[in-house]
Design a protein around this ligand. Structure first.
Ligand SMILES: Cc1cc2nc3c(=O)[nH]c(=O)nc-3n(C[C@H](O)[C@H](O)[C@H](O)COP(=O)(O)O)c2cc1C
Length: 331
């Protein structure tokens, strides 16, 4: 456990940015940019990496950036500093999602240590999970993780699960019929040497029972896709927020990453399932009318086998140059 009164060096914050980039993102688009300025890291959404067909409003882009912000905050805490962040701090810069400050010294708590240790082990798992249920106390722990970030995580009941799975299958059909969807999917998946996108080996088999609606990244790939039996009663969770603006989307991303890392810490595998929230009509049906909560993402959790690490862009490609100091600031 580190604790220091010295402000973090650029090198320390660069390592924190590296941790931020381990976050999940829609189709591994990694739609973020960072700028380090003194003890502050600015986190930007990169408009050139938004998926215009699947994500016309940039909602999932901001969820992805939010997940990176959570990792950044965690890494700063793990490096021995308090951390403050301001969402959308500059009206003139709409792509500046957050300014994250490393403040005075603070020892990492056991929770910070555990979540940090989970970062390199969290991966999207698109393979079958064991047929054993996830214990209730672990699910409570996940719901608490979402609550701590200001979001709500609801475990689907048996009836709710059937509805979500039906909506996800409906959404997958609707999306595939959408002009541009397949071309966009092809752009962000496949083989070859690249630092983004979903590689073929991460795609997983097709569910023989067609119960779990995995996104069909492999559809356009030239290989036959194997079929396996997935768990018949997947544990599904719905992540939701009170509002539905850009601040809520970035908040949902931070909650998502806290939940995913908590699940990893509890030895669970996870799959974000976003098809049902990509179709506005279907998304409305996932919204809890009584609580007024807006669905942002569906998560599948369970006990899965180990899967590999997907690629990330080089730090040089995501780190913006720091602004030149103004003349009066120069030594
Ligand atoms: C907002 C969002 C939506 C996602 N939707 C899906 C999805 O519908 N299906 C899926 O298999 N993975 C989904 N993912 C997972 C990403 O594909 C995954 O994070 C990315 O490929 C990087 O891989 P990793 O999570 O293993 O690091 C989503 C992730 C995010 C952040």
């Amino acid at each position: 456990m580190m604790m220091t009164a010295i402000p973090p060096s650029r090198q320390v914050l660069t390592e924190c940015v590296r941790t931020a980039t381990a976050a999940p993102s829609l189709h591994n688009s990694q739609p973020w940019l960072f700028r380090i300025a003194g003890p502050t890291v600015e986190v930007y959404a990169d408009p050139s990496r938004r998926l215009p067909v699947l994500d016309p409003d940039g909602r999932e882009q901001l969820i992805s950036v939010g997940a990176a912000i959570f990792n950044l905050r965690l890494a700063i805490r793990q490096a021995g500093y308090r951390c403050h962040s301001t969402a959308f701090p500059d009206r003139k810069k709409p792509d500046l999602v957050a300014r994250v400050y490393a403040a005075g010294p603070a020892a990492a708590t056991p929770a910070v240590e555990a979540l940090s240790a989970a970062v390199p082990h969290r991966h999207t798992n698109r393979f079958p999970f064991a047929h054993t249920p996830v214990p209730d106390d672990v699910l409570d722990h996940l719901a608490d993780a979402a609550r701590r970030e200001g979001a709500t995580l609801t475990v689907a009941t048996a009836a709710g699960r059937d509805t979500i799975l039906r909506l996800a299958r409906e959404a997958e059909r609707w999306l595939r019929a959408r002009p541009g969807y397949r071309a966009e999917l092809a752009r962000w998946s496949g083989g070859g040497v690249r630092h983004d996108g979903v590689p073929i080996w991460a795609v997983g088999p097709w569910d023989a029972l067609e119960a779990v609606p995995m996104r069909d990244f492999a559809e356009l790939m030239p290989l036959p896709r194997p079929t396996e039996k997935f768990e018949p009663y997947p544990t599904l969770l719905v992540l939701s927020t009170d509002g539905d603006d850009r601040t809520d989307w970035a908040l949902a991303g931070q909650a998502l990453q806290r939940v995913l890392l908590t699940a990893t810490w509890q030895n669970l595998s996870t799959t974000p399932i976003s098809q049902p929230v990509e179709v506005p009509d279907l998304r409305r049906r996932l919204t809890d009318p009584a609580g007024g909560r807006i669905a942002q993402l569906v998560l599948r959790v369970g006990h899965g086998k180990a899967v590999g690490v997907t690629p990330r862009r080089r730090l040089a490609d995501v780190l913006l140059r720091s602004p030149e100091p103004a003349p009066r600031d120069r030594p």
